[in-house]
Design a protein around this ligand. Structure first.
Ligand code: PEP
Ligand code: MN
Length: 297
């Protein structure tokens, strides 16, 4: 290991990689994140209606996703943007789980909402704007659900692992780290996907690491390429935005994939997954018949 990394990260003893604990697996039902599987979480940026979410849930599970994403409480850059359906959105997420068997990941923005969201969701998402909200992290320490901790858009990896340590110290060791792009001087993409973050985090921490190519890219055309990169550098999974009609999405439509684009992307990832995990070749057959379908809806 690069000695610099070791010195920098070993103080976060609950999340740092050690010989005794080289990797940890977060279990959600029969899904293992950080084990040998590559776990895809997909769905709309925001839950907008029952039909929007249920249609999306069916499409993503058919294409091989294991977890459904969808924000019921939305942190928006503008106060005039759609703020999410709140508890109504949580109920819709729950219904989608009942109908498809998909586990649910959804964002929690405030410690006051932890209890109600933990009743409905399987994984609690901490967004980029909340990574250093320590009151929220403390409350999540006691929530009994795994946490998907997104990297702050201006946070270093050291700061990300510090927040993970806060969560673990608060009593919750079930943490999934998420690289979702950081702010740099580059403006061609919404954020800059720090692809090196994946191997660095996998070297210094035992926690699973997933990549969110959608918020990194800001445009849907880049999402399949960034997803491929995530597989190749050893990520444990993806968090991807998918919408029945991206042009009409109430949030993040530009970076959301249509159902057809998502199916194609999953098929495109297959050979890269086979290379990464030859022993898993059979299990990674997401949706072989779709290789022939191609095209976008
Ligand atoms: C999201 O996942 O929809 C989201 C708001 O992500 P981030 O916190 O990374 O901006
Ligand atoms: Mn979004």
């Amino acid at each position: 290991m690069n000695p610099k990394w070791n010195g920098q990260f070993s103080c976060f003893d609950l999340v740092a990689k050690t010989d005794e604990c080289p990797r940890s697996v977060v279990r959600v039902g029969d899904i293992e994140i950080g084990g040998n599987d590559f776990v895809v979480m997909a769905g709309p940026c925001a839950v907008e209606s029952e039909s929007q979410l249920l249609q999306t849930a069916v499409a993503v599970v058919d294409a091989g996703a294991r977890i459904l994403r969808g924000g019921a409480y939305k942190p928006r850059s503008s106060p005039y943007s759609f703020q999410g359906l709140g508890v109504e959105g949580l109920k819709i997420l729950r219904k989608a789980r009942e109908e498809t068997g998909l586990a649910i990941v959804t964002e929690v923005m405030s410690e006051e909402d932890v209890e109600v969201i933990a009743e409905h969701a399987d994984i609690m998402q901490v967004g980029t704007r909340s990574m250093e909200n320590y009151a929220l992290l403390e409350a999540l320490g006691r929530c009994g659900r795994p946490v998907l901790l997104k990297r702050g858009m201006t946070a270093t990896l050291e700061e990300l692992l510090r927040s993970a340590q806060v969560l673990a110290m608060a009593g919750n060791p079930q943490i999934i780290l998420c690289e979702r792009g950081i702010r740099t001087f580059e403006t061609a993409t919404r954020n800059t996907l720090d692809i090196a973050a994946v191997p660095v985090l996998k070297t210094v921490s035992h926690l699973p690491v997933v990549v969110d190519p959608s918020h990194a890219a800001g445009v849907r055309s880049l999402v399949p390429t960034l997803s491929r990169a995530a597989v190749v550098v050893g990520a444990d999974g993806l968090l991807v935005e998918v919408h029945p009609c991206p042009e009409q999405a109430l949030s993040d439509g530009d970076q959301s994939l249509s159902f057809g684009e998502f199916r194609c992307m999953m098929a495109d990832l297959q050979p890269y997954l086979d290379l990464q995990h030859p022993e898993q070749k059979e299990q990674h057959q997401f949706c072989p018949q779709l290789l022939a379908v191609g095209g976008a809806d």
